[in-house]
Design a protein around this ligand. Structure first.
Ligand SMILES: [Zn+2]
Ligand SMILES: [Zn+2]
Length: 86
């Protein structure tokens, strides 16, 4: 399933935006409002602690790497993977 940034906002899903770079998965945390999150994952715009359980993949390489990460890492077993729609 593919999701747009607008749908993420509507559903209030905080997320990682994932890209592949030289076969590495690069993930950047975002609040559903669109704000980039710092280390502590607190959004100063929404005034809440973000709960990131979704990885939104920006390219097919990132999707493959994210699926591998979910399958192989216990830290990520509660995460869901989506692709980014435009
Ligand atoms: Zn948030
Ligand atoms: Zn926010």
């Amino acid at each position: 399933m593919a999701m747009t940034v607008g749908e993420l906002k509507e559903r209030k899903r905080d997320y990682f935006l994932a890209r592949s770079q030289d076969d590495e998965l690069v993930m950047e945390p975002f609040c559903y409002c669109g704000k980039t999150l710092e280390q502590e994952y607190f959004c100063t715009d929404c005034n809440h602690k973000c709960h990131v359980t979704l990885i939104v993949c920006d390219d097919p390489g990132a999707l493959a790497l994210a699926q591998k990460l979910l399958a192989g890492s216990p830290d990520f077993h509660k995460f869901e993977v989506e692709t980014l729609a435009r």
